[in-house]
Design a protein around this ligand. Structure first.
Ligand code: ZN
Length: 318
C-alpha cells in the first residue's frame, strides 16, 4: 500500500518531467522560478548547463537505475533541534534517521552512504557525541542489513559518500572491492589536517585509501548513461556531494546533508557547524533548481517523517 502511494506520487512527478520534455530542448522556464540562470550554473562549476539539458531529456527508460533500495542505518537524537537551525527550536527534542542506499543497474550495485558505525549497535545507551548534543543509536549495522537483503558488501562495484561525517562513512571500510567516488577537496580534507576540525572520524574510512579511488572535480556520471550522476554541492563539508538517480518512475535526488529535515528545507536554514554556510546556501539554490527543472523528488536523507513514507528494504523503488 505504501508503495502504491509512492508510485502515485511519482506519476505526478513524471508528468511534470514530461512537460519539460515536450519542449524538445531544455526549457529554462522552470529555472526562472528559482532565479538561477544557465550562466550561473556554469559559473558555479557545480554542474554545467549541458548536464542539465541531459537531465531534462531523460525520458529514456533504458537510462534508468532498475532499483533504489533504502535502508535505515541508525537513528540520531538530540535534546536541541537548534543545533541544526541556529536560534530556532531551541531545546526542542529532535530525532532523525541515518539512511543508506543501494542502487542496482544491470548486474552492478552501487552504495550511497554507509550509516552509523557498526560498533554503536553494541552500545545499549547509544553513542553520545558533540558534547552530549547528539546521540547515535543503531539496531542493525548496514553490512548486516545488506547481507539479509542478499547482497555481500564485496559485491558492491561503486561507492559514493555524500561527505565524510561518521554517520555517512560508518561502514565504508567493508566495501573493499568498490571503486570509490569522492570530490578531490573532500579526499584531501579526509586524509589531511582538516579532518579533526571537520569532525571526521578517519577510523571509519581509513581502508578506503586502498580501494580504487576516483577523485572528482565536478559531476560524475557513474554508469555512463546518465542514470546516476554525482553532483558537487559543497558547503556542509568542503566536498559535499549529492546523487541524482533516474528511475523508471522518475528522478530522485539523494541530498546528503544539504538539508537535515523539512523545516530547514522550507525555511532555508543552515546549521552553524557547516564548513561554509554561504557555500551551502549557493548549493541549496542550485540543487533546488535542478529538482525543479528535472522534476526530481528530493529525498532528505536524515528526515525522519519523510522516510516514513518511503519504502525501505526489502522493498525497493523502481
Ligand atoms: Zn554531515
Amino acid at each position: 500500500m505504501v508503495r502504491n502511494m509512492f508510485n502515485r506520487l511519482y506519476d505526478a512527478i513524471k508528468n511534470k518531467s514530461a512537460l519539460v520534455l515536450s519542449l524538445g530542448i531544455v526549457s529554462f522556464t522552470a529555472m526562472a522560478e528559482s532565479t538561477i540562470t544557465e550562466a550561473e550554473f556554469v559559473d558555479q562549476g557545480i554542474a554545467n548547463a549541458k548536464v542539465y539539458k541531459e537531465f531534462a531529456a531523460r525520458g529514456d527508460k533504458n537510462a534508468a537505475v532498475s532499483s533504489l533500495t533504502v535502508f535505515e542505518c541508525g537513528k540520531v537524537q538530540s535534546p536541541d533541534r537548534s543545533h541544526w537551525s541556529p536560534g530556532v527550536d531551541v531545546n526542542v527534542a529532535h530525532k532523525m534517521v541515518a539512511s543508506c542506499y543501494l542502487l542496482k543497474h544491470g548486474d552492478d550495485y552501487m552504495v550511497w552512504d554507509t550509516g552509523i558505525p557498526a560498533p554503536v549497535a553494541n552500545m545499549k545507551d547509544g553513542l553520545s557525541i558533540a558534547g552530549g548534543k547528539i546521540n547515535l543509536f543503531l539496531d542493525t549495522p548496514f553490512p548486516v542489513l545488506l547481507k539479509e537483503y542478499g547482497v555481500e558488501p564485496t559485491d558492491v562495484k561503486y561507492l559514493g559518500l555524500s561527505h565524510m561525517h561518521a554517520d555517512h562513512t560508518g561502514n565504508a571500510n567493508v566495501f573493499t572491492n568498490a571503486t570509490w567516488f569522492i570530490q578531490e577537496v573532500e579526499y584531501n580534507a579526509a586524509f589531511g589536517e582538516l579532518a579533526p576540525k571537520l569532525n571526521f572520524n578517519p577510523k571509519t574510512y581509513d581502508k578506503l585509501d586502498q580501494n580504487k579511488v576516483v577523485k572528482l572535480n565536478g559531476y560524475h556520471d557513474v554508469f555512463g548513461d546518465g542514470s546516476a550522476v554525482i553532483i558537487p554541492a559543497p558547503g556542509h563539508t568542503p566536498g559535499h556531494q549529492i546523487l541524482f538517480v533516474n528511475l523508471e518512475s522518475g528522478p530522485i535526488i539523494l541530498s546528503g546533508d544539504l538539508w537535515h529535515f523539512t523545516s530547514n528545507y522550507t525555511n532555508e536554514r543552515v546549521p552553524g557547524f557547516n564548513f561554509d554556510m554561504e557555500q551551502t546556501r549557493a548549493s541549496i539554490r542550485l540543487v533546488d533548481a535542478l529538482a525543479k527543472v528535472s522534476g526530481a523528488k528530493i529525498l532528505i536523507q536524515h528526515d525522519h517523517e519523510r522516510n516514513e513514507h518511503v519504502p525501505h528494504a526489502p522493498d525497493s523503488i523502481h
